[in-house]
Design a protein. Structure first.
Lengths: 174, 251, 191
């Protein structure tokens, strides 16, 4: 095997150590498994009919209860149907939760950024200037010193935590 | 719990129609402390003569500064996307447009720095890093915060509109009940809801004025947060009103 | 060859068992993600497309017909199609054979040292410049180490066609990485 083949094959083997971000994987998996599946073709029409029946029954039942409740009110204490919306605890709770979620999201996604304390989340993009920088990279001695015959297995240490833009600039300006 | 873990949980809970990563406010370039240590390693390598040491250190510095600046350009792109996608009130459209212009200028600044990077020496790379850092502190980060405030404020208006609808319905119900079965506790709870909602609306309006008046982004942010806290208080009061109304219903 | 455990998982997942599908997700998601990442070059886009691959698979798994190939073959096919759709839907109509200069996998490879990152990116860019079929062969055969048979099933070609494609793909890749002759005797550093 030539040196060239070993080097290329070594680099290609390194790709296999790339893993997706753990939080993305958890989030994605959860969202997928919570999402509805399409019903199998042979049962689709049956499920559709069952769903229609179920919906119709629910509407009829609601109407029945409203009728019963309305009939049991004394005239001096009845409330018009539209005002039942006010005592809809589920809707009220959902609206309150939405506000609390927005408050928490505000803290998480829009913290006030300072130049030295920026935290990191998103992915970066490299323009063709980067390709130029890579092309300008000295080849022989530096590359040989870092390439080995065996693939380099990456290790997880504190020094592998990605730094923010400002943290890197701070270090490189010194 | 880490920031990113919280972000993951909230994104899951929201389960929006498409799959969206959390909004970015600062970019992760994949550069680690180990990468920066390469510079020290080169400086301390006894096998390198002076000329090779300079060449290698320069190459690494250019790579790192270049990658970082290009990564910073990605922050700009994310902000451009967020700004384009938010639905803003009509009197905020010119501010939105101005911010887009500022983002374009940010991108131009980064491109200029990248062009300079290709022809400098080691001292030049340090100077560029310092220049970009200072520009970000003085110009980009305040712009970033302003844009986040604009996006956040406009997102919150749906919550305020929903709260207004609930306030109107609650008022109708309370007015009616007061006519048939006066309840001091119910009236007090409703007054508290009205008061906290009025406060929330005032703070919301103040946040908008701060945004449009180009005041400090920290001030705008504080007002936005305060308006949400007051809105949350309003809903606590709505819950009390709701419980009292249910109690007053015939059994 | 498919093992008995996977066969059971597939059967359960086809029957709607989300836990079984979750196990299949855990098993294959990293490989699918890598496949997409090498092709699109951006961690964000790779995450988005990977998510949609598995979402689509979950929604359609009820119609999956086990034909003796690993479940991953089906997933790779979905992934290939979604990457093609991804490029088609982009406004600037970037050709699959053209490279997006603004993409990089470097944020996705933070755990490597700087020079390995640079090398991975350089090779990744060169792979992305190849024809789609050659990209796929390189990724499936040389990165994921898939057997010839499975690669042929995924790409819907004969094993002979895959052998020929991989030979041409490697030759072209080496040329792009600085070996103008694509010659096996090339002795200089390519990276």
């Amino acid at each position: 095997m030539t040196i060239t083949k070993m080097k290329l094959s070594d680099i290609l083997k390194q790709f296999k150590y790339i893993e997706p971000d753990a939080e993305f994987s958890v989030r994605s998996r959860t969202e997928i498994l919570l999402s509805p599946q399409a019903a199998p073709r042979t049962w689709r029409s049956v499920f559709t009919v069952l769903h229609m029946v179920e919906t119709g029954a629910a509407v009829a039942l609601a109407g029945f209860f409203i009728f019963i409740l309305a009939g049991s009110f004394s005239p001096t204490r009845s409330i018009a149907p539209i005002q039942y919306a006010v005592i809809d605890p589920a809707g009220l709770h959902a609206e309150a939760q939405a506000i609390d979620m927005q408050i928490q999201l505000t803290d998480v996604e829009y913290p006030q950024v300072t130049s030295t304390a920026a935290t990191s989340t998103a992915s970066a993009a490299i323009s063709s200037a980067f390709a130029g920088a890579v092309a300008a990279q000295p080849t022989s001695s530096v590359s040989v010193s870092t390439l080995t015959a065996a693939p380099v297995v990456p290790t997880s240490t504190a020094s592998t935590t990605a730094l923010s833009v400002d943290q890197v600039l701070q270090q490189l300006s010194q | 719990m880490t920031v990113s873990a919280m972000a993951a949980i909230f994104a899951t809970i929201f389960c929006v129609a498409g799959f969206h990563a959390p909004v970015a406010h600062a970019a992760d370039c994949g550069i680690t402390a180990s990468d920066l240590d390469q510079i020290t390693a080169i400086q301390n390598d006894p096998s390198l003569d002076a000329s090779d040491e300079i060449k290698q250190e320069l190459a690494v510095r250019k790579q790192l500064v270049g990658v970082t600046i290009i990564c910073a350009q990605q922050e700009v792109q994310v902000l451009q996307t967020n700004l384009q996608n938010v639905s803003v009130e009509s009197d905020m459209r010119s501010l939105q447009s101005q911010m887009m212009g500022d983002l374009n200028e940010s991108d131009d600044f980064y491109n200029t720095e990248l062009t300079k990077l290709s022809v400098v020496g080691i001292a030049g790379t340090k100077a560029i890093a310092q220049e970009v850092l200072a520009w970000r502190a003085n110009t980009f980060i305040p712009l970033n915060e302003d844009i986040n405030d604009l996006v956040l404020w406009n997102q919150n208006q749906d919550l305020f509109n929903t709260a207004q609808t609930r306030m109107t319905q609650t008022q109708q119900a309370v007015s009616y009940l007061e006519g048939v079965a006066p309840d001091a506790d119910l009236q007090a709870a409703f007054n508290a809801a009205q008061s906290s909602f009025s406060t929330a609306q005032s703070e919301n309006a103040a946040a908008k004025a701060s945004l449009l008046g180009n005041l400090s982004p920290n001030q705008t942010y504080a007002l936005i947060k305060q308006s949400l806290a007051s809105l949350s208080d309003t809903y606590d009061n709505f819950s009390t009103v709701s419980a009292l109304i249910k109690k007053n219903l015939p059994q | 060859m498919i093992d008995g455990e996977e066969e059971q998982l597939i059967r359960s997942a086809v029957g709607g068992d989300s836990s079984a599908f979750g196990s299949l997700y855990d098993r294959y998601q990293p490989a699918i993600y890598r496949f997409i990442l090498v092709k699109v070059g951006s961690r964000e886009e790779a995450e988005d497309i990977t998510h949609h691959v598995f979402l689509s698979a979950w929604q359609k798994v009820g119609t999956y017909k086990h034909r003796g190939h690993p479940f991953s073959s089906w997933l790779y096919q979905i992934a290939r199609n979604m990457v093609i759709d991804h490029y088609r839907s982009r406004k600037d109509d970037v050709s699959l054979d053209k490279l997006d200069p603004e993409s990089s996998i470097i944020p996705a490879v933070a755990q490597f040292d700087l020079f390995t990152k640079m090398q991975l990116e350089k090779v990744r860019r060169a792979i992305a410049e190849l024809k789609t079929d050659h990209q796929d062969v390189i990724i499936l055969r040389f990165i994921e180490d898939l057997p010839l048979k499975e690669t042929a099933a995924i790409l819907k070609k004969s094993e002979g066609a895959i052998k020929l494609a991989q030979h041409r793909a490697i030759k072209e890749l080496k040329k792009k990485l600085g070996d103008p002759e694509g010659d096996d005797n090339y002795e200089n550093e390519i990276i």
